[in-house]
Ligand binder design. Sequence first.
Ligand SMILES: [Zn+2]
Length: 391
Amino acid sequence: MERDQAYRYRCYPNAVQRHELARTFGAARFVYNWALRERTDAFYERGERMSYVQSSAALTALKQSEGHDWMNEVSSVPMQQALRHLDTAYRNFFAGRSRYPAFQRKHGKQSAEYTTSAFRYRDGQITLAKMDAALKIRWSRPLPPDVKITTVTVSMDAAGRYFISLRFKRPVQPMRPVDGAVGIDLGITSLVTLSTGEKVHNPRHTKRDAKKLAQAQRKLSRCQTNSNRRAKQRKKVARIHARIQDRRSDHIHKLTTRLIRENQTIVVESLAVKNMVRNRTLAQHISDAAWGELVRQLRYKADWYGRTLVEIDRWYPSSKRCHACGHVVAALPLDVREWTCPACGVVHDRDLNAAKNVLAVGHTVTARGEGVRPKRFTAAASFVESGISLL
Ligand SMILES: [Zn+2]
């Protein structure tokens, strides 16, 4: 069996390439927005659903019409891919999976996608259509040997940094099965607490970055709209965001790889559940983003290596239940880090007790034998113990 995989790298286009990319990003964005308007109008004015093929024919006509010569100067592939992306966005919308497609903005993340006819991969170098020189890429990890790259996406984030993502097909590589199972509790003081008792902290500096970010955002909100200073400050905010993101993603990659290697079954609560019990502060926004990233990575790595990820998507009292005797306390304020079970007298670390309960729920789900490994499970409603009010 084969799976799609993508590796992403920083890249450093030279001045000529940056200029070409800016034009290509612009063209792809223009086509996306133009086709979105065409399709929306077709729907409102004629009650028609325009297909990808119709959009594509309309694009060909547009390129030949007066005043659109510039569209023939850049590579046509990223424009065509923009139409495909829009088509996917529509499919998701009609299937009820997402909202109506939105116009792409000039200030957001820019990207252009190149398929095989529009790039060359030779001697470990990538050259894009309409460019003479290969892109300078920081190969932070080697590509697997003998892969056939199917798609190349170049993007620029709001902080002005360039990235290249290389997509390729690769055979699935299950790891040797192991016996371990682990429950995970996400916290704010510790990034995660494992049912084994281990606590993993946020990367150092994150707190300092968060403070800097809050400061920079306050400053941004005081800048006048459309001023030069505001544009500058916006970039500054984006750079801090990017730094926090990078550090977090790196940290989480190491953690998820280790969890997958050491355990056959990994149990987490879903983010929707976590959101029910917490209020919104900056620290929580940051830990939410970390949680989302953690679960995303666990999902694909579990798939990839043949492990089982159980996601508990129903609320149950993971913090308030004593894992030793099953007693549930009525209330447990967020600032209580340690508590003594009134029924059995066991002293609990709040997060460790929660992680152990999460693991216990995971065991009951897998014990019901819902399918064969590797598979992802979600827990059903039956864990809410009777007589306990939700929240
Ligand atoms: Zn107890």
